[in-house]
Write a new protein. Sequence first.
Length: 456
Amino acid sequence: MLRTTLATGAVVAALLAPSGAPAQGALPPLTDDHGRVLTLRGWNVEDKANRGEKALSAITERHFRDMRAKGFNFARLLVFWDDLEPRRGQYSQDYLRKIERILDWAEKYDVHVLIDAHQDVFGPAFGHRGVPAWATRTDGLPFTPHPDDWFAEYFEPAVQRAFTHLYEDEDLRRAQAEMWRLLADRFEDHPAVLGYDLINEPMGELREGEDLPTAARRIEREQLTPMYNRLADAVRAVDRDTWVFVEPTPIVGEGVPTGLGRIDDPKVVYAPHFYNAAMEAGADYDPAARWIETYEQAVTQYPKEYKVPVVVGEWGPLNNTLPNMNRFYREAMASLGRYGSGWAGYVWCYGGGYCAVDGAGTFRTNKELTAEPYAEAVAGTVTSAAYDSGAGVYRLEYVSSRRGSRVTELSLPPGAWQVTARGKAIVVRTGTSGGSALVLAAPGARVTVTATRAPR
């Protein structure tokens, strides 16, 4: 989005007619309303602790101001069905107003928002957040909490059966679709909203004799695919334009290709998460295991087959101070840049644990490596884009669109940057210490833009 930066120049704003930029490379790009190719870089924002009257109170305007100041343009906003519809058919207008207030902050700071219908271990019936208790059916099967390994709770019989009922029971299918129709109808016209993440990290019920990869592919093929088609239809009943994001099961993190089938919608984004089980349990990054390479190979199969963009919805280990974590972040950033239209790290908060920054807003160890230059929006066909972190040089090459928008926008993290353009293009700077750089190019021009960090 260019609402803030373009406000300074009417001549620039006049160039923002739809351009219909073509797909880039092997995977289609994510695009904005002007047809420009988007890159999203940002963080999840959440409030899992508060509910009811205090729901979403942990998310403040500061989150969006600070993210944008460090160069990030994307937020994956966690919302919870149990707060939105605490009783069947009774939707909380107060909760909707709180979501809208957060979206207004995002708009103020030019941050794209993905509204994520989040669940952890299904929902409050099992001590977490997500699907309301009234929509949780367990058939009396047992549930034993695992306080030291919450992910293991997904494999409790009661939790697995609850997912089966959500996917298979007609009244629950209808309730989930109605929830999404309500959200899409309320927020379809909000300028900050880029997309809807239909359900976070969906799981399901293993059958006797199945190993986990086999079960995951079956659940994705037979239950998640029809669910996503139902929910996409519900969204399209009220919103024709906003992107819908679909996730595989979390098993994709182990390098297992998804079993998802085709989602019959023109604006689908594949949104896997990028977590390694060993690292989540506290292990250091092991380059010799080639996990990143295995993940990248597996996760790109679906978008290549179905011709959809990729945005990684969550990533980032808990312990970032281990000896190999600096290497992990550098290699992860390079990998994500090879195939994805963007990512949201987990999580923008002020403190310890997974938090990106401390209480003063300073990046925690190695998290600063996520703040790189990138092209937020390219008015044309990208031929290459890469950042050499050692040299502090970002280079973008593209062919400008022959019609419509001529405005390409770069995001630059804090610091002194020199931006130049070769080809029939000029650079308009909007700040001297990080911020944005705008490039205006002639139709069909071959353009090379270089951003170089000044020596410290």
